[in-house]
Write a protein that binds this ligand. Structure first.
Ligand code: XUL
Ligand code: MN
Length: 347
């Protein structure tokens, strides 16, 4: 394995969720933003991710000047806590204008809203001191395929990305693919799609990716392969580690919770490719189980981080020579058991 690397950790305010789901209300009392911010250092995290309206609540009711004023105030609070803003992401999927998607909506007024709001998110990112704009394209797809033209949607996505790249010469767009939910099918379901559409934009070098473990699993892919693939293009600019138990709703389970071996392989891929060496963060896009009580509210974050650290140790202590010998002999049967017993700590 390559030489030692230091990881830095990150989380978003939405990861302190109160347990609300489509079938029931919140089960934990919400805490203030300041409280959430203060927890990061105690957890050993260095950065926070922001949707535009995490940074500036009720953003659509405020003037552009007011939005920037509030972003500046937030930057001061972050500096005071010694926390970095890792990224900003336009939260387009709540607004009435994006019921049928933002950039790919059939309504030109709504497409304009989505692009304007994305440009404003870039302005917020500038104030917060990050050059990464994350685009989780929540409603850029359809509930039924006859509703939109797939070919036109590709053009509209490129137009939207070009408008963002033009708005700011330094901003990097990090596309976070997810194949479904809330839509039946999304237009950019995998890392391969994100990399391919990057090539059609005015500045492909500034269009890269975020991998979320659960999203790759929902696409029927191995997140470790997605990591290796995108890192061979030098385009993994952020990472949302979590876990997902098969093809269900997006579960955002603690890292390693459903499949420790898949988690191990993700960590090996990160180590192998030197993730973090250009300042990238390891973010945990995880949520507490709904049953979690308020006194255990931070556990899913701490646990994900602990599992990650243990798996880094497992990656470093993996018996490479023994494994190489088995690979040379094409003895994958014993290689399989080698991995299992290494993870079980019995060899
Ligand atoms: C949705 C998801 C988002 C993005 C940020 O599945 O993962 O929280 O990470 O918009
Ligand atoms: Mn995510």
């Amino acid at each position: 394995m390559p030489k030692k690397q230091q990881y830095r950790f990150c989380v978003g305010p939405w990861n302190f969720s109160t347990g609300q789901d489509p079938y029931g209300p919140a089960v934990r009392r919400d805490e203030s933003f300041d409280w959430k911010l203060a927890q990061l250092k105690t957890l050993g995290f260095d950065a926070m991710m922001f949707h535009d309206d995490d940074a500036v609540p009720d953003i659509d009711s405020k003037s552009p000047a007011q939005v920037l004023r509030e972003a500046k105030e937030l930057k001061k609070r972050l500096d005071g806590e010694g926390i970095v803003a890792e990224m900003v992401a336009p939260r387009l999927w709540f607004a009435p204008q994006t019921v049928d998607g933002g950039y790919t909506s059939n309504d030109p007024k709504h497409r304009r809203y989505a692009i304007d709001r994305s440009r404003q998110s870039i302005d917020i990112a500038n104030v917060l001191g990050t050059d990464v704009l994350v685009l989780w394209l929540a409603r850029e797809g359809t509930y039924m395929r006859e509703a939109k033209s797939g070919a036109r949607s590709v053009e509209l996505l490129v137009e939207a990305f070009d408008a963002m790249l033009k708005h700011d010469k330094k901003i990097r767009l990090a596309i976070e693919p997810k194949p479904n939910e809330p839509m039946d099918h999304a237009y950019l379901p995998t890392i391969g799609h994100a990399l391919a559409i990057a090539q059609k934009t005015r500045d492909p070098k500034r269009v890269g990716c975020v991998i979320e473990s659960a999203h790759a699993i929902l696409a029927g892919l191995d997140p470790a392969d997605e990591i290796d693939f995108v890192m061979s293009f030098g385009k993994l600019w952020s990472l949302h580690l979590n876990d997902q138990n098969g093809l269900k709703f997006d579960q955002d389970k603690p890292f390693g919770s459903a499949n420790l071996r898949v988690a191990f392989n993700q960590v090996r891929a990160l180590e192998r490719n030197g993730y973090g060496k250009n300042g990238e963060f390891v973010c945990f896009d995880v949520h507490p189980f709904r049953t979690t009580t308020e006194d255990r509210w931070l556990q899913h974050l701490d646990n994900s981080r602990r599992t990650f650290d243990h798996l880094v140790e497992k990656a470093k202590s993996y018996p490479e020579k023994e494994a190489a010998k088995l690979i040379a002999d094409r003895n994958y049967q014993d290689l399989d058991q080698l991995v299992i017993e290494h993870l079980l700590g019995v060899r």
